[in-house]
Design a protein around this ligand. Structure first.
Ligand code: AMP
Length: 195
């Protein structure tokens, strides 16, 4: 059966220093799985990436992992993904992730997460795609980044039009529902509020 929606999530290959980050990644996976969705992600078994994929599978969702050959060993490719695609390059990975997704979301993470998030956002402003892009600012992790982006606007290097292409939220359920619905898809079990 086709998934109700396909959400591409970028997040840390490390777990972060506070256990709440893993709880957050698991909550995202539970929401995807319990709403009949499919997670598209980088295919690793480490950090937030791996725990989010575990939670999605446990909640009955599909998981599509896409990982370059060079990272298969380093990031411990997650072999129990519903689909695991081993591709040749990072560019092929990012292209396939973008093609398979209805919408995108960044969780807390490091430079890999930042790079993927910014690329997806800039592709949106350039018109390479028209899929919703979200940022989950849980626990204030991205407060400093959002303040810096506003600094970029105030200094004339960015416009509010670009900021409006980004959907920022602090809670898992409302933000994910907003992204999925903006992509024209309907989450199943819309009343599921266990998280
Ligand atoms: P990090 O946020 O640094 O823990 O990385 C999260 C994910 O981003 C991992 O799967 C990395 O392999 C991936 N990543 C790291 N650098 C890049 C990059 N330049 N482009 C795309 N993905 C990357």
């Amino acid at each position: 059966m086709n998934p109700a929606f396909s959400l591409c999530v970028y997040c840390g290959s490390r777990p972060g220093s506070d256990p709440s980050y893993v709880d957050l990644a698991r909550a995202v996976g539970v929401w995807i799985g319990s709403h009949g969705g499919q997670l598209v992600y980088g295919g690793g078994n480490n950090g937030l990436m791996g725990r989010m994929a575990d939670a999605t599978l446990e909640a009955g969702g599909r998981v599509v992992g896409i990982i370059p050959q060079a990272l298969v060993d380093r990031e411990w490719a997650k072999r129990d993904c519903t689909e695991l695609h081993v591709v040749d390059t990072m560019h092929a990975r990012k292209r396939m992730m973008a093609e398979r997704a209805d919408c995108f979301l960044a969780l807390p993470g490091g430079i890999g997460t930042f790079e993927e998030f910014f690329e997806t956002w800039t592709w949106r402003q350039l018109g390479y795609h028209d899929k919703p892009v979200g940022l989950l600012n849980a626990g204030g992790y991205y407060d400093a980044l959002l303040a810096f982006l506003e600094h970029g606007v105030s200094q004339g290097f960015m416009g509010q039009a670009q900021m409006k292409l980004l959907t920022v939220g602090t809670e898992v359920a409302p933000l994910l529902a907003q992204l999925v619905e903006a992509a024209g898809r309907s989450p199943q079990n819309p009343d599921f509020t266990q998280i």
